[in-house]
Design a protein around this ligand. Structure first.
Ligand code: ZN
Length: 168
């Protein structure tokens, strides 16, 4: 959604499919919905974004994951890196809080991709009804910030992997 580096999206689409044994289509880019923008917070309301994604779904089984550069929020949080609605099968991941430059550090696209990958794998796991994991090393641990994403691995732990296998 919005202006996102296509090489990141393309690489993610290629690598995430096999993890879940599903085919992945890259949908046509969408504009960030104006109605999701909160001028006071200078952020985008994740729930409004998700309702737009829900309308883009081709069928009930399909899951839609949006990638954007804009900073997302929900009312009780300062920001959200990713946000999902399991019932409607849609999720969004923002690159805003996982770019190093946000913390005044030099940009590193490889790290940005690693973080995007981990968040996206975890979001897909969540959409496939695998509960968030308590193991801080597991990719499906619920990360609140960039540091927590960096501390976890890019793989499911044994417990989550077993649940995932049970679903395919
Ligand atoms: Zn796990």
């Amino acid at each position: 959604m919005g202006e996102v580096d296509y090489t990141l999206v393309n690489r993610l689409a290629t690598e995430i499919g096999p993890i879940f044994d599903r085919s992945v289509d890259i949908l046509k880019g969408m504009k960030m919905p104006d109605e999701s923008y909160n001028v006071i917070r200078n952020q985008y309301y994740a729930r409004v974004l998700l309702s737009k994604l829900e309308r883009a779904k081709a069928n009930q089984r399909e899951k839609v994951l949006a990638i954007c550069e804009e900073d997302l929020y929900v009312p009780d949080e300062n920001f959200v890196i990713s946000y999902a609605d399991r019932l409607s099968g849609v999720s969004s991941v923002s690159l805003f809080q996982i770019r190093q430059e946000f913390y005044g550090l030099p940009e590193d696209e490889r790290l940005v991709y690693d973080r995007l990958y981990k968040e996206s794998v975890s979001q897909m796991g969540y959409l496939l009804e695998i509960p968030y994991c308590k193991n801080a090393r597991c990719v499906h641990y619920f990360s609140r910030n960039m540091m927590e994403i960096d501390q976890k691995s890019s793989k499911f732990c044994d417990v989550c992997a077993r649940m995932l296998n049970g679903k395919s």
